[in-house]
Design a protein. Sequence first.
Length: 145
Amino acid sequence: MNTKYIKLFLRLSIAIGFLSAVADRFGLYAKEISAWGNWSAFVDYTQQMNPWFSEEIIPVLAILATAFEVVFAICLLIGFKTELTAKLSGFLLLIFGVSMIVAFGIKPALDYSVFGVSAAAFALSTMKNKYIEIDSFISKENYVS
């Protein structure tokens, strides 16, 4: 298979995964298939995953995680700063996976394939060829210094 299709598949699957998790936090899935189902439950989960942070900072962490996921998803979908976004996505997922291990043990992190998706994001960050990406239309000579 051509690497341009693999890169597109990685971009789309990581982005859609992020957006699916965000949609769940805002109650956009039916209760039967939802992990959190609402923002409050997600904030509670954030507290469980980060017991070393004070209760006051937990809503901020939940907002930051959600904002990063939305921004990274959009950037991956449109192909904007793909290599950087993929690397940052890999680190975000790695932090999430390590937090899951500390809070709940190794099994949930493995069941949700957090490390596999993190590795996929890091692999994506090494793919330099452009395919259906905004980055391919932006060149250095278009920037004004």
